[in-house]
Ligand binder design. Sequence first.
Ligand code: PEP
Ligand code: MN
Length: 360
Amino acid sequence: MNLRSKIREGKRPFLISGPCSAESEEQMFTIVEGLKNNTSTELIRAGIWKPRTRPNSFEGMGEVALPWLIDAAKAFNLPTAVEIANKQHVEAALKAGVDVLWIGARTTVNPFAVQEIADCLQGVSIPVMIKNPVNPDLELWLGAFERLAQAGITDLTAVHRGFSFYKHPKYRNIPSWEIPIALRERLPEIPLICDPSHISGRRDLLLEVSQKAMDLNFDGLMIETHPNPDEAWSDAKQQITAQGLVELMSQLVLRSSDLPLEDDLLKDLRSKIGILDDRLFDLLSERMRISEQVGNYKREHNMTILQQELWAKMIVNRLEMSQEMNLSEMFVRKFMDAMHQESIRHQTKVMNPNLTKKEE
Ligand code: PEP
Ligand code: MN
């Protein structure tokens, strides 16, 4: 099967669905039947080996579950996808006739594990989906693509499943959309699928995250489904029924990604944005020139660059203003931090001209 062209040439969004884990033959048949009869699912997923964060939780049924997935999908004429994390998994999945493999977030993070999988796939023709690593490291994600490509695997797809965060109030894994967007810039030929289930961690967020992915022009969605989600042996809170998936898909708004370049209003708005961005950058550049003057002053008076209390006050002021300026606190914080770092770089340059190398 050629997954890449199926995704690219088919109707958007390409839908991948199925349970977090294959639990029994009956569970697999029930969910695949529901998905086939009611949804536009084109690829059935199921976890066979589950990389769990903590020991002593359900770690997947293992090899015995492979025929449950494959027989159920075959009965409804659908291809299958399985997560593999090592050589043994790859060999068992290939032997059983799985159509698509995917590398999970906890595996992408480890170049040794990715290389082991790549070596094992040398000379094999099978599509592979690569989930982002658990940490927001674009290079690590790209590295996994390169390792697979070097092993001759050409049918590659990216899956964005969000990034680990300690006690985030909203997401199980924060989306940091800029990272999949940057991946698409670097690998424009690779289809991009969003996995709202693992980003959300809870079913009431699935629609919001799926809609965002569609508005960012993702090619498809991977959504976990289960005949009885509350009783699921893994990821119970985020799974939905086949009927739940029908409802979710019917609420999604699909907008066109073709830019109507001749539309005057949009052209006008875009040019206004261009002009504002020019002004913003002029202002930033001017601000850094002043920072350098401050650096000169501090050098002459033997003062340190960082004055912590002053900086803390500036941040608090800006955060307080964020609401009335209609900017999120997260954005204000990130912007202020980035501007501060750049300002410190300029000041360091004038304070220690001989110590500062050309570009960090
Ligand atoms: C999964 O898809 O069930 C899974 C374990 O995903 P991730 O690698 O994104 O955690
Ligand atoms: Mn899961």
